[in-house]
Design a protein. Sequence first.
Length: 261
Amino acid sequence: MTVLVAFIVFVFGLVVGSFLNVCICRMPKNESIVVPASHCPHCKKDILWCDNIPVISYLLLLGRCRFCKTKISYRYPLVESLTAILLTALFLGFGITPKFLAYSVLVCGLIVATFIDFKMQEIPDEISLGGIVVGLVLAFLFPSIMTEASRLRGLLTSLVGAFAGGGSIYLLGVFGKFAFKKEAMGGGDVKLMAMIGSFLGLKLVMLAFFIAPFFGAVPGIILKMRDGREIIPYGPFLSLAAIVAMFFGNRILGLFFGGLF
């Protein structure tokens, strides 16, 4: 039964990933994510239903539009596969529980934020600010997400996590600006970390804050040496750190701090 449900979650994740691709493509352009129907961005022809099957259609079409033969970005199957894998991993780790629901929503938001930030170096407020609201609401409705017994305490824990997450990045940006005499952290990163905190709470969001630099250090050095870039999108590394904290945070905290957590 677990295998069957995992397969259903995986297929559902592929479909969700297809929708996330629409968000990634249209949100930076301030376009509706509902209408018009999916279409080729080059020849503008509507995509046939048989060409809109996640991953499979990309492979059958050899990564090209059926009509104009323009190459389709590898991002489409990548996002679909990544979403399916992460949602399945969440199911296997947490079962069909409120925490699975909340973390699935968070993962989807992080995927959209990551790919938009990589491309545009910005994170849409619809994702971060909207995500904060969703995180607070879910923590109130399902306080077990925050390991709390009452709805009020669940909401409070989520709110503290949001302030701690956003505040930590904001203070890091203030320190960086003072030390390097230039903007070190964007407002989008502050809001993204606040969103992460509203889902993960204080302990896990602070863990994500401290491990994110380890993920960003090597790519930052490479881009600095290769392209001379002073600024890199930090949202993807915050997102990766949040996912690590989501799956392994309590183990990491227990390993380093023992009975304190």
